[in-house]
Design a protein around this ligand. Structure first.
Ligand SMILES: C[S@@+](CC[C@H](N)C(=O)[O-])C[C@H]1O[C@@H](n2cnc3c(N)ncnc32)[C@H](O)[C@@H]1O
Length: 266
């Protein structure tokens, strides 16, 4: 089954070798390839803050991973990138995955995969021997190019897309997660609804971004560092009020001093 669909009409896509685009077999829309990847958004739809954030991410791909490695301990004074990523990976409950009865593959989607920094963690948590397809979507071609250079990840299926309009069939994925972009999205509710739509009912959907731990005391240094790191939002917090109405089993916890993990299912 082809899980990628046209974002205009959710029709089936066709691709002939040698072509420069995928074509929707239902409405005829053409989706071009950029940097060798299907580009499943229209330029006009990336607007406002989304366009600004894409411009930032397109400018920093090679600096992204070293900056995160350095900045998490520097700003949190005690945290570490590894501890943070291991914390939210646990919420994906990857150890409970089992092989599908129909013999098809399991599918895991990272929305806003960026340079692919989560991929090694994901792989180290997956039970051995399961047939798993890993999918990554991002709006920034610069970040995706960096991801393509990541060693050992050439089996990951990457595409350019907008988190507000995912180019996937309903209920296609056995796990869906997102790290580090949603606080600055134009419409968090739309992005959460899309993650819920493409996840199979009952599977954990995990969303991580910045929130100053409400249950800890913070020094002036921590408050200033958090303010500087979250320049894009006056009060960055877990978007619980933006969850779709069919969200259940909602859990919000701190993954570290500066980051929340929001887990829900439908
Ligand atoms: C801080 S980076 C996080 C990358 C990766 N998830 C990680 O944990 O290292 C945020 C990512 O969100 C992506 N992003 C921003 N707006 C987006 C949108 N509307 N749709 C999809 N991705 C978006 C950016 O291009 C960037 O790669």
């Amino acid at each position: 089954m082809n899980v990628i669909v046209c974002t205009d009409c959710r029709g089936e896509l066709a691709f002939e070798p040698g072509q420069r685009s995928l074509t929707c077999t239902a409405c005829g829309a053409a989706w071009p390839l950029r940097g060798g990847l299907p580009c499943m958004y229209r330029e006009a739809e990336i607007r406002g803050i989304d366009r600004y954030m894409r411009w930032i991410y397109d400018g920093i791909p090679s600096m992204h991973d070293p900056s995160v490695r350095l900045l998490v301990p520097l700003l949190e004074l005690g945290g570490s990138e590894r501890r943070l990523r291991e914390n939210y990976m646990a919420r994906l409950e990857l150890d409970t995955l089992t092989a599908p009865a129909d013999g098809g593959p399991l599918r895991i989607l990272e929305v806003s995969v960026g340079t692919g920094a989560n991929l090694p963690y994901l792989q180290s948590h997956l039970p051995a021997g399961l047939p798993v397809e890993i999918w990554g979507l991002d709006v920034s071609l610069g970040m995706m190019r960096q991801c393509l250079r990541r060693p050992g990840q050439d089996h990951v299926r990457l595409l350019l897309g907008d988190a507000h309009r995912l180019p996937f069939r309903d209920a296609s994925f056995d796990r869906v997660f997102h790290v580090g972009g949603i606080n600055a999205f134009r419409d968090r509710g739309a992005a959460l609804a899309e993650m819920a739509r493409v996840a199979r009912p009952g599977t954990p959907i995990v969303v991580v971004d910045e929130q100053l731990d409400p249950d800890r005391n913070h020094t002036l240094y921590h408050r200033l560092a958090f303010r500087a790191a979250t320049f894009y939002d006056r009060r960055p917090r877990a978007p619980v009020e933006d969850l779709p109405s069919n969200a259940r089993d909602v859990l919000v916890e701190q993954a570290s001093r500066f980051f929340y993990t929001l887990r829900f299912r439908t």
